[in-house]
Design a protein around this ligand. Structure first.
Ligand SMILES: [Zn+2]
Ligand SMILES: [Zn+2]
Length: 245
């Protein structure tokens, strides 16, 4: 399986990553990617200024021969799924991913972790959840996938997890197999914190292949499927905005 767009990357703006946006773009091109999503950590983890996300329109859509999508890896702050960036800033981004991180959501039980992830997935502004297979935050995988499916959202198979979140394999493999069975969408990201790691997806791809995940479920497999996903999500966000927000 080939993946065209890396949906999870961090630049120097994340505070503990080491490459500029231009270096990340060059890294994406070197890795043969068609594009990447810049998903710097939300302010609660990294100290990133909220205007970092509000001002992303100044960045071009294409850089060094690849497409640049503007996104965030927002922090889920509590079991109600609160996020660490204002909704009007989130609404301007191409791709909003939300995830559990120790600094923002201390280790809790499976029930609370699951409630937090499901609540985030029910937020109309959230498109995907990052690394749900993280063993630090055990969740009820079937319940998380049901919430993702309900909203046409994606769960991430994070290739970096196999290097930095040790012990992720069994959980990620369970997620991949369940996605294949339930038809839940997937995004596959590197979680690169350095330009040389953009597009480093081989571990996640091997897992998706082993789980016999059909390529159509992997929304970032092609530029076209990713763009279609973003268009669909944008329409769903708009509909929610006209209704309840
Ligand atoms: Zn993360
Ligand atoms: Zn990340």
């Amino acid at each position: 399986m080939r993946i065209a767009i890396d949906t999870h990357t961090h630049s120097v703006a994340s505070g503990h990553a080491y490459s500029t946006v231009e270096e990340m773009a060059r890294g994406a091109r070197r890795a043969g990617m068609k594009g990447f999503v810049l998903t710097d950590h939300g302010p609660a983890l990294s100290g990133t200024h909220p205007y970092h996300f509000a001002n992303m329109r100044v960045l071009p859509e294409r850089m060094h021969g690849v497409r640049l999508y503007k996104g965030i890896e927002a922090n889920i702050m509590d079991a109600e799924g609160s996020l660490d960036l204002a909704p009007d800033f989130l609404a301007k981004l191409d791709f909003v991913m939300a995830g559990l991180h120790r600094e923002c959501f201390g280790p809790r039980g499976k029930e609370e972790n699951t409630a937090a992830m499901i609540a985030a997935l029910r937020n109309p502004l959230v498109d995907a959840v990052s690394h749900p297979g993280n063993p630090d935050f055990p969740v009820d995988a079937a319940a998380v996938l049901a919430a993702a499916n309900e909203g046409g959202k994606a769960i991430e198979i994070n290739s970096g997890s196999f290097r930095v979140r040790l012990g992720s394999e069994a959980n990620c493999s369970e997620f991949a197999r369940l996605c294949a069975r339930t038809g839940t969408r997937i995004v596959c990201g590197s979680d690169a914190h350095f330009s040389g790691d953009v597009g480093r997806l081989s571990e996640a791809i091997a897992m998706l292949e082993a789980a016999e995940v059909p390529r159509e479920l992997v929304v970032n497999a092609t530029v076209r499927s990713f763009e279609e996903f973003l268009t669909e999500r944008k329409a769903a966000r708009g509909a929610a905005g006209r209704g309840s927000l």
